[in-house]
Write a protein that binds this ligand. Structure first.
Ligand SMILES: C[S@@+](CC[C@H](N)C(=O)[O-])C[C@H]1O[C@@H](n2cnc3c(N)ncnc32)[C@H](O)[C@@H]1O
Length: 195
C-alpha cells in the first residue's frame, strides 16, 4: 500500500460530505486521485512551497474537476485560515524542525490533522548532502527523525487527542531515503476542544 492510500483510508473514516481537506506540502496535488478513486466527499485544497509543482498540478488536475485556485504556492509557516481536515505527509521531516509549522497545522484544523513523518524514540537531526539531486552544486537537506513522546505531547498541548498508526508501506521498518534512515509513522490527531 502507498502512503497516499493509507492516508485516504484514514480520512475515509472521518470525512463528511462537503468538509474541506488541506493537503500541506501537496506536491502536484496528486492526492486528489486518492480521494476521488474512493469517492471520499472532501473538498480538496493543497499548498506547496514549490511553485512549479503547483503549476503542474493546476494544469493536470483541471480535467479531474479541480478548480486551479484550489492549489496555491505557499509555505506552511505562512498559512492561516481554517480547514476541517489537514494532511501533511513526508514534509516536516525534511525541514529544520517541526514546532512552528506543526503549530500552524494544529491551529488551522477544525477536526483532524493527519501526519506521516519520520518519528522514533529519541530524535535525530541531520543536515546532510543530498547526492541524488541533479545539481552541479552541493546541496544539503534536513533529514530529521522526531522524538515520539515530544511530538505527541506537542500535539496534545494544542487540544488534540492523538493516535500513532504503523505505516503500512514500510511495515514500520526504517526506510533508507537518500542514504539516510526514515522511520515513517502516521499520526491521527483529533481535536477535542472544538473551535
Ligand atoms: C517529499 S515531498 C512530499 C509531497 C507529498 N506530500 C507526498 O507525500 O507525496 C515534500 C513537499 O513539501 C514541500 N515543502 C517543503 N517545505 C515546505 C514548506 N515549508 N511549506 C510548504 N511546502 C513545503 C516541497 O516543495 C515538496 O513538494
Amino acid at each position: 500500500m502507498t502512503c497516499a492510500a493509507q492516508a485516504a483510508e484514514l480520512l475515509q473514516l472521518m470525512a463528511l460530505p462537503g468538509e474541506t481537506l488541506l493537503d500541506v506540502g501537496c506536491g502536484t496535488g496528486y492526492f486528489l486521485h486518492s480521494l476521488q478513486s474512493r469517492n471520499i466527499p472532501l473538498e480538496y485544497f493543497g499548498i506547496d512551497a514549490t511553485a512549479r509543482f503547483i503549476d503542474i498540478g493546476r494544469s493536470a488536475l483541471a480535467r479531474f474537476g479541480l478548480p486551479p485556485e484550489r492549489l496555491q504556492a505557499g509555505r506552511i509557516e505562512d498559512l492561516d485560515g481554517r480547514a476541517d481536515h489537514v494532511l501533511c505527509m513526508n514534509v516536516l521531516s525534511n525541514i529544520d524542525n517541526f514546532h512552528r509549522p506543526l503549530e500552524r497545522l494544529l491551529k488551522m484544523a477544525r477536526k483532524t490533522v493527519i501526519l506521516r513523518e519520520s518519528v522514533k524514540d529519541g530524535a535525530e537531526y541531520r543536515y546532510v548532502e543530498d547526492r541524488y539531486l541533479e545539481s552541479p552544486d552541493v546541496l544539503n537537506v534536513h533529514v530529521n527523525a522526531y522524538d515520539r513522546k515530544e511530538l505527541t505531547a506537542f500535539i496534545r498541548s494544542y487540544g488534540y487527542s492523538v493516535s500513532e498508526i504503523a505505516d503500512l508501506r514500510t511495515g514500520g521498518a526504517p526506510e533508507m531515503v537518500i542514504d539516510y534512515p526514515h522511520y515513517w509513522t502516521f499520526f491521527v490527531a483529533t481535536r477535542i476542544d472544538g473551535i
